[in-house]
Design a protein around this ligand. Structure first.
Ligand code: NAD
Length: 260
């Protein structure tokens, strides 16, 4: 039997009380990592940590707030004995054409995705540099880091921004053995997507089945959703990769939506 791929590693996963982040936290714990479940949803984070048992901890964290991230990462590092892997995954969606997006919604979406990516990556990179044992920064992008869709202006802008941030992190992390990569999933049927289906159906006068088939999966190769397990497998691969050979990349996992 091969040894656990993240044995002895400490990982912080943001937005890990639900969906993709939760699946990543579970996959990491299954491969021997000590995992911090960081989320604004404290009850949800505690539920996942309890389920994972010894070695997992829950941490309240609002990734869009500097002091919350600083305190949360400090506390996680104390409890896990360092940080070797960050998955900056917390996210939200907002649907509105640009002409109708309020400045408050624009800032809220950029705050969680782009400020959150910066604040969590900066806090963990600082610790990784001080620890002198390298590390992996994994940011959660989207096919929308490379493509646009109507009514997703703030989200698309934020995800494109994360692509640039990842590339800079790869260059600045390399001298310290810190790799940075972006995962770009297609549609995954999490609460974030479930909420969009009735809204898009209503606004475009479509059935919910048509939204799924045509709007969400119409450009995949096989009409299938990407799963949380698919994304967790990519995160695990990136977290466990051994050298700087794989850094600064953005990996699309989407059933063929957006081939690059
Ligand atoms: P989800 O709604 O299931 O989970 C998102 C989690 O983020 C929740 O637990 C929520 O409480 C947490 N969160 C929200 N704001 C936060 C904040 N300010 N601070 C800390 N935690 C916060 O959604 P998901 O689909 O699992 O999305 C996870 C990530 O994957 C997001 O970055 C999203 O943009 C990205 N993504 C999702 C899809 C998809 O189709 N579901 C596709 C591409 C990318």
């Amino acid at each position: 039997m091969s040894p656990p791929r993240l044995d002895g590693k400490a990982a912080i996963v943001t937005g890990a009380a639900s969906g993709i982040g939760e699946a990543i936290a579970r996959a990491f714990a299954g491969e021997g990592a000590r995992v911090c479940i960081a989320d604004v949803d404290v009850a949800g984070a505690e539920r996942v940590a309890r389920d994972l048992g010894a070695g997992a901890v829950a941490q309240a964290m609002d990734v869009s707030d500097e002091s919350s991230v600083e305190q949360g990462v400090t506390r996680a590092v104390e409890r896990l004995g360092g940080v070797d892997v960050l998955v900056s995954n917390a996210g939200l969606q907002h649907l509105d054409p640009i002409a109708e997006v309020s400045f408050a919604d624009w800032r809220r979406i950029l705050g969680v995705h782009l400020d959150g990516g910066f604040l969590t990556a900066r806090a963990c990179l600082r610790r990784m540099i001080a620890q002198q044992r390298g590390g992996a920064l994994i940011l959660m992008g989207s096919v929308h880091a490379k493509e646009a869709s109507v009514e997703k202006g703030p989200y698309v802008a934020a995800k494109h921004g994360l692509l640039g941030l990842t590339r800079v992190l790869a260059k600045e992390g390399a001298p310290h053995g810190v790799r940075a990569n972006l995962i770009c999933p297609g549609f995954v049927r999490t609460p974030l997507v479930e909420r969009q289906i009735p809204q898009i159906a209503r606004e475009r006068g479509l059935s919910e089945a048509a939204v799924v088939r045509d709007v969400m999966l119409g450009t995949t190769v096989d009409g299938e959703f990407t799963t949380v397990a698919d994304v967790a497998a990519v995160a695990l691969f990136l977290a466990a990769f051994a050298s700087n050979a794989l850094t600064g990349q953005s990996i699309v996992v989407s059933h063929g939506w957006h081939m690059q």
